[in-house]
Design a protein around this ligand. Structure first.
Ligand code: FAD
Ligand code: MLT
Ligand code: ZN
Length: 475
């Protein structure tokens, strides 16, 4: 039986959320209580499923009055445990999945308004149906939600050209800790009226408010793409190729992803339907795409010519151009399923780092040499958004290695990699995945003290009772 105060709280919640708005049975709540990497397993008083922004605000007002902590959850694809409650059983999980309407699409204004629980792929589709393009694209796009993308300031495959999620936002609607609803769903491109309050909630991982809707930027729909899977001499050659392609195409490079040989081996082994696009094995590859909204833009010719010149200059050793949509999809499937192939292959240690684009090759050389010399039971699989200077510098357990022993060294390995990134390369230990619960200690270690003080001041101003996602980002 529930204790009396808890039962009164749940009755109030049930009343304000309406039919189907509250899950209290353990079996119903279970899928919401573990993160996708299975690093954390939490407990919750219940799972609230509000279906309007006002209901989200009402839930927060009630929780604030009672001092009950709230953990917002979108698609639960985050990498840092930010959407999982702690083990106390005293926190309320708020899932945004029922708040999932596209409110408006304004093709002439190149904008749309989506509720926080819209799945990213549905937003992309809504834009496409209006002959427009919403550029955020991630391997998790069939599951992650706009509210989660905003709250992690997601990056992904098109940052090089369109920026991160933060750059795609015009306005926000946010439920605040005290139950007020901030309605700032502007569709304006220019608005210099005081502090940019919305920016506080972007990348805040649910610690400052619950985002309920966003006004997002759209772009002309892409109508042609030229895509190549090319074997590069080394990462240094990859960065040089990117610079050449940007120049030759008039900056129409929309993606430029670095892929090591091991990623090709793991995806072809573990993911049905993935095949190696090239005949012989090579140490490093790039998947690059040029895209344009103009139907006949000659992109294939630009790409072919650039690749031929790069071949002549010794930057490339081989390349395959996608001849049709099926081949293009095949290249992308290989890239987008690397995380899943890594998961199926065994334990992995992830480092989501960023360094200046021009320093990426030097970082791979230096950190790679350290891994080879010091982690005999791990295999390096460094891949990702090289056009943004963002590498997923991941290590997978080597075949036959002891999983527990490998994982136990994770902290020591992380320290070397992160110290190198931050102190030697002026880089970031969390380029696009956020802090959540996993990297709170890292933020304390590496953030300048003044920045941490300001973050704590903002947190206190917006959430004085500390009910919003406690223990995430800051503690
Ligand atoms: P969740 O995991 O549910 O939540 C993430 C954080 O946001 C939590 O702290 C949560 O409390 C908070 N939150 C969620 N919704 C709200 C809301 N409405 N208001 C306030 N706070 C909220 N990430 C990248 O950046 N780039 C990639 O390329 C990329 N690729 C991926 C590929 C795969 C296969 C997978 C599994 C993940 C990948 N990710 C990537 C990570 C992840 O998909 C992103 O971080 C995504 O933005 C998380 O969205 P979500 O809806 O799943 O959020
Ligand atoms: C990706 O780009 O595939 C993800 O952000 C990286 C990962 O899953 O580690
Ligand atoms: Zn990524």
């Amino acid at each position: 039986m529930r204790a009396a105060p808890q039962s009164a709280f749940l009755e109030r919640l049930e009343h304000l959320l309406g039919a189907g708005g509250l899950l209290t049975a353990e079996s119903d709540a279970a899928p919401f209580l573990v993160d996708q990497r299975e690093l954390y397993r939490g407990k919750a008083i219940a799972v609230a499923l509000p279906d309007t922004a006002q209901r989200v605000a009402d839930v927060l007002e009630l929780c604030n009055e009672r001092g009950i902590a709230v953990v917002p959850q979108g698609g639960n694809t985050g990498y840092c445990g930010g959407a999982t409650p702690d083990e106390s059983g005293a926190q309320l999980l708020v899932s945004l999945k029922r708040l999932n309407r596209i409110r408006t699409v304004d093709a002439l204004n190149y904008s749309l308004v989506a509720e926080a629980g819209c799945v990213l792929a549905d937003v992309q589709r809504a834009a496409d149906e209006a002959d427009r393009f919403f550029p955020l694209s991630l391997g998790s796009e069939g599951t992650c939600q706009i509210g989660g993308n905003l709250s992690t300031n997601a990056g992904g495959l098109h940052v090089l050209r369109y920026g991160m999620m933060r750059d795609l936002v015009l306005g926000l609607e946010v439920a605040l800790a005290d139950g007020r609803l901030l309605s700032a769903l502007t569709a304006l491109r220019k608005d210099n009226t005081g502090y940019d309050i919305k920016s506080l909630f972007l990348g805040a991982e649910g610690t400052l408010g619950i985002i309920t809707a966003a006004s997002l930027k759209l772009y002309p729909r892409m109508s042609t793409a030229a895509t190549a899977f090319a074997a590069v001499r080394d990462p240094r050659a990859a960065v040089q190729l990117l610079a050449r392609l940007r120049e030759a195409s008039g900056d129409r490079v929309s993606s430029f992803e670095l892929i090591p040989r091991l990623a090709v081996e793991l995806t072809t082994r573990h993911i049905p339907g993935v095949r190696d696009p090239l005949d012989a094995p090579h140490a490093w590859y790039v998947l690059c795409e040029l895209a344009s909204a103009r139907p006949a833009d000659g992109l294939d010719a630009v790409l072919t010519e650039s690749l031929q010149q790069a071949l002549g200059a010794g930057l490339l050793t081989d390349a395959a151009l996608a001849r049709n949509e099926g081949e293009r999809a095949g290249f992308w499937r290989l890239r987008e399923t690397i995380p899943e192939a890594q998961r199926r292959d065994g334990a992995s240690l992830k480092h989501d780092v960023a360094v200046p684009v021009a320093a990426i090759a030097q970082f791979i050389e230096r950190a790679g040499a350290w891994v080879r010399a010091n982690v005999p039971d791990g295999r390096l699989i460094a891949y990702g958004h090289v056009g943004d200077g963002n590498l997923h510098f991941n290590l997978n357990q080597a075949p036959g290695a002891d999983r527990a022993a490998f994982m136990a060294r994770g902290e020591a390995i992380k320290r070397v990699i992160h110290d190198m990134v931050v102190r030697e390369f002026d880089g970031s230990f969390s380029a696009e995945h956020g802090i959540g619960r996993l990297k709170v200690g890292e933020l304390e270690r590496y953030a300048p003290p003044v920045e941490l003080d300001l973050m704590r001041a903002v947190k206190h101003a917006l959430d004085p009772n500390g009910i919003l996602n406690p223990g995430k980002v800051l503690r």
